[in-house]
Design a binder for this molecule. Structure first.
Ligand code: AMP
Ligand code: ZN
Length: 464
């Protein structure tokens, strides 16, 4: 498997710490509003990555956080508190906001066939872990108190800018005008680990800590949750490209300083979905959500298909026109699959040939558009429909486009007659106590994708 690694900025062979259990961490949503379809593009890419690894035979243990504690709207540690902003907007408590939008996010992922990671943890459930990490960083003199807050001192870390490939000057030039500098910091790149004193006097979520009642900084939750569930060595960490700096850069700085060793080997980032005006946003332009697409009559899976048609590292521009075209194409694909009939037994050579092609496409840094081409090649091939259906089902474990959901199994009459004949022969063999022949027939059917079951009403069969 080859993956583009932001750390080092090149495509690399994926070699996990432990091939029996690949660990994967993906930054989760800030639940102060609905996710827009841009956010969901990133979750689709991560879903494909997890499913590809599983398809290739790895066991994957994946964790994701839900950011339900107030953080800032800006890319710096300043700006407005997103959760509080949501609460004020909707006249609710921050806890109600978090619960409502977590459920909304879950429902969006279900509509897009995005698997919910096996470990999903709220940021607010791990406060004691963050306090522990921060205490260790203070002991090591990598963090410092100032003005009632605790900050991470980036000058203590060698290679602080390695992931982003930037330098301090680039970042100063790129800083936004509306960001007011925090005067407590020793240098502008330092970031907050714990706040007891901030401009948010009405911060609703606060916890006791050795440094006073307060709340954690933006980045510490992902280090804390990842280490708590996935251990001290992480294989893959994902997010959207905007997470590279400062979020992931700061995660590396604090995790490695705390652990005292290298932490995560592969950093994978999905490119943005843009609208015609540029970067998608929740506050300007049309707020594009899955529900809005549904209201306009689109199937959410057409959007998934739209994302899979392009490479996750390319920017993608959304327009209704393109989505309409994509939906037509997706529907044609579904109809084509619907017309397939079980008409023979599995052609093993074809299965191996196309599975290899499908794997090769995905192993090439998740080339989903090539993987879709392999699917189309299967449908065009001369092989029988039973084999096509088998491969469609197999590929859909990764693509998750519900390719067979509307398909009732129709079985060609010739195939049915042949299976019934085999069942008859098997029953005959059993009657004659020739169990070896009976077992051989069962195994032969199984190898061709036909499962038989003896019931009180007689032997029944199912195409698997
Ligand atoms: P947030 O809820 O803002 O923390 O974002 C959730 C995820 O969506 C993060 O991994 C972001 O990097 C990603 N993201 C934000 N905007 C976009 C976009 N326009 N296209 C793709 N991913 C995005
Ligand atoms: Zn994160």
């Amino acid at each position: 498997m080859k993956l583009y690694n932001t750390l080092g900025r090149k495509i690399e062979e994926f070699i996990p710490y432990n091939k029996d259990c690949v660990t994967m961490y993906t930054c989760g949503p800030t639940v102060y509003h609905y996710a827009h379809i841009g956010n969901l593009r990133t979750y689709i890419f991560e879903d494909i990555l997890e499913k590809t690894l599983k398809y290739l035979g790895y066991n994957v243990k994946r964790a994701m956080n839900i950011t339900d504690v107030g953080h800032m709207t800006s890319d710096s540690d300043t700006g407005e508190d997103k959760m509080l902003k949501g609460a004020i907007r909707e006249h609710k408590t921050v806890y109600e906001i978090a619960e409502y939008y977590t459920n909304a996010f879950k429902s969006d992922t279900e509509k897009l066939n995005i698997k919910w990671p096996e470990i999903v943890s709220k940021a607010t459930d791990h406060i004691s872990d963050y306090i522990h990490i921060i205490s260790v960083l203070l002991e090591k003199d990598i963090a410092y108190p100032a003005g009632g807050n605790i900050y991470f001192d980036v000058s203590k870390v060698k290679d602080y800018y390695e992931l982003s490939g930037k330098n301090a000057e680039d970042l100063i030039v790129g800083a936004r005008d509306d960001v007011t500098e925090d005067i407590n910091k020793r240098n502008p790149a330092d970031f907050g680990l714990w706040f007891t004193s901030s401009k948010f006097d009405d911060q609703a979520m606060k916890w006791d800590s050795p440094w006073g009642v307060g709340y954690p900084g933006w980045h510490i939750e992902c280090s804390g949750i990842s280490i708590a569930y996935l251990g001290e060595y992480l294989d893959i960490h994902c997010g959207g490209v905007d997470n590279v700096f400062p979020h992931h850069t700061n995660e590396i700085a604090q995790s490695e300083s705390y652990l005292g060793h290298h932490w995560c080997n592969y950093w994978c980032h999905g490119e943005h979905l843009n609208d015609s005006t540029g970067k998608m946003s929740k506050s300007k332009g049309e707020f594009l959500t899955v529900s809005l697409l549904e209201e306009k009559g689109y199937n959410p899976l057409s959007y998934r298909y739209f994302c899979l048609k392009s490479h996750y590292r390319n920017q993608l521009v959304f327009s209704y026109e393109t989505l309409t075209q994509t939906e037509n194409e997706y529907n044609k694909l579904l109809n084509k699959i619907k017309s397939l009939k079980e008409d023979g037994t599995l052609e093993q050579e074809k299965i191996t040939l196309y599975q290899d092609k499908f794997k090769k496409a995905l192993e090439n840094d998740l080339n989903t558009s090539s993987a879709l081409t392999v699917l189309y090649d299967v449908l065009k091939d001369e092989m029988n429909d039973t084999t096509k259906l088998y491969l469609v089902k197999d590929f859909d474990q990764v693509l998750s486009l519900s390719l067979l959901d509307n398909k009732e199994k129709e079985i060609d009459e010739n195939l049915k007659a042949w299976i019934l004949e085999q069942i008859e022969k098997r029953n005959e063999a059993k009657k004659n106590k020739d169990y070896e022949t009976a077992d051989n027939i069962r195994e032969e059917l199984k190898s061709k994708g036909i499962q038989i079951k003896d019931t009180r009403e007689g032997t029944i069969f199912e195409i698997i």
